[in-house]
Design a protein around this ligand. Structure first.
Ligand code: NAD
Length: 368
């Protein structure tokens, strides 16, 4: 059985929570707080385990360091079924039990929402992902991650001599990230030639109308009610002719089985780990530029950090654009100079930032 690994980055704290009065069973992992207090979501799931939480906490350490924000990485889990459990007493008990761990700032993750963040805020005065009415920056409504994907595309496309104006884009997954990315690509003059959801792909080489797609999905629940385009099976999206591909749904969708079909010149990872490492290496060999998830999809986490600092949505968008573009440039420069895969270069940049910070700051430093 796989066990939690410790290395030079962490995890600094692994805490199991148990409160029989509320029924709370939970886990908190604070991985690394060199760069600032850890930000990471609270996952509510009947199967969430210390190992899963510690891996997610490490992913947050690298993501936050890679994004260039002054936050460390952490994550929490509440062991409960989000569909059947009474979440309020669980969240309030969770908050009281982590009240003293100031170096962890909770945010939303699978199985909870902005209401849960309000309960945490009421109990301990800290959380991100609050509703707009209470000073939050609702990153999915604002489309922060999709906006960041397109900011990243501007730099990456320039690197391969591809103008965004007129570029043909295919987007897998028509949810928070996919819809926002499609909208911002259209603002830059790109043409959305294909989109998919869990039920199928819609293709039109002449360009799909995003507003009408959103209306079709909202009113009928399916993209296929869109008047126009060609309907194809879900998996066909990856092989369609396009310049830019944005996988924005689930993990491992491009692997060694279908990588040969991919025709795009640039892939921006809107979802987390949508490509296997082997497929990323194969695409690099073919000269396809792949920008890894924790650089391309960092818009959401950057917006959460801006919410914590009480910034406005306008300030947050400007900061996302500035940070993601600078990070993409740095990443491409490092990948080129050191002949590395972009993912390896991005991880190295994040680790270098953490390791140089750790030379100055002690692990037991108290963040408030
Ligand atoms: P979402 O639930 O809003 O949307 C997911 C979309 O993917 C839906 O349209 C769904 O129909 C579609 N989908 C599911 N299975 C599919 C399949 N096999 N083929 C094609 N489409 C499929 O989710 P989201 O918030 O847009 O997040 C998408 C991914 O991006 C997730 O992996 C998430 O972890 C990651 N991510 C999200 C954010 C964010 O800010 N929301 C930030 C970073 C990473």
């Amino acid at each position: 059985m796989e066990t939690i690994q410790r290395d030079n980055l962490g995890p600094a704290k692994i805490i199991q929570l148990y409160d029989p009065q509320s029924g709370l069973r939970g886990i908190l992992v604070v991985d690394n707080v060199t760069l600032g207090p850890a930000i990471g979501g609270v996952r509510v799931s009947p199967t969430v385990s210390p190992l899963e939480v510690s891996r997610l906490a490490r992913a947050m350490t690298l993501k936050n360091a890679g994004a260039g924000i002054d936050h460390g990485g952490g994550k929490a889990g509440i062991i409960a079924d989000p569909h059947t459990a009474d979440l309020e007493p669980l969240f309030r008990a969770f908050a009281r039990m982590i009240a003293g761990i100031d170096e962890y700032i909770p945010g939303p993750d699978m199985g909870c929402d902005e209401q849960a963040m309000v309960w945490l805020q009421e109990e301990i005065g800290r959380s991100v992902g609050l509703p707009a009415e209470l000073g939050g920056l609702p990153l999915d409504k604002l489309g922060a991650t999709g906006f960041g994907v397109v900011a990243c595309a501007e730099v990456a496309a320039r690197q391969i001599g591809l103008p965004l104006k007129g570029a043909r884009v295919a987007v897998q997954g028509f949810g928070n990230v996919g819809v926002a990315a499609a909208r911002y690509f259209v603002e830059k003059g790109a043409i959305i030639v294909a989109v998919s959801d869990s039920r199928g792909t819609l293709h039109d080489p002449g360009g799909l109308d995003i507003s009408r797609l959103v209306a079709a999905k909202r009113e009928q629940g399916v993209l296929f009610k869109y008047p126009g385009g060609r309907q194809l099976p879900v998996a066909d999206l990856f092989g369609l002719a396009c310049d830019i591909l944005v996988p924005a749904a689930n993990p491992d969708v491009i692997d060694m089985q279908n990588v040969a079909e991919v025709k795009a010149r640039l892939i921006l990872q809107g979802a987390n780990i949508p490509l296997t490492l082997e497929a990323e290496a194969e695409l690099a060999r073919r000269g396809v530029l792949v920008i890894p998830d924790f650089i391309a999809n960092a818009g959401g986490v950057i917006m959460a950090a801006m919410e914590y600092r009480r910034k406005s949505a306008e300030e947050a968008f400007a900061y996302i654009s500035e940070k993601i573009q600078a990070n993409t440039e740095r990443l491409l420069d490092k990948a080129k100079k050191e002949v590395r895969l972009p993912r390896a270069a991005a991880e190295l940049l994040a680790r270098e930032r953490l390791e140089s910070g750790m030379r100055y700051r002690s692990w037991s430093h108290k963040w408030r």
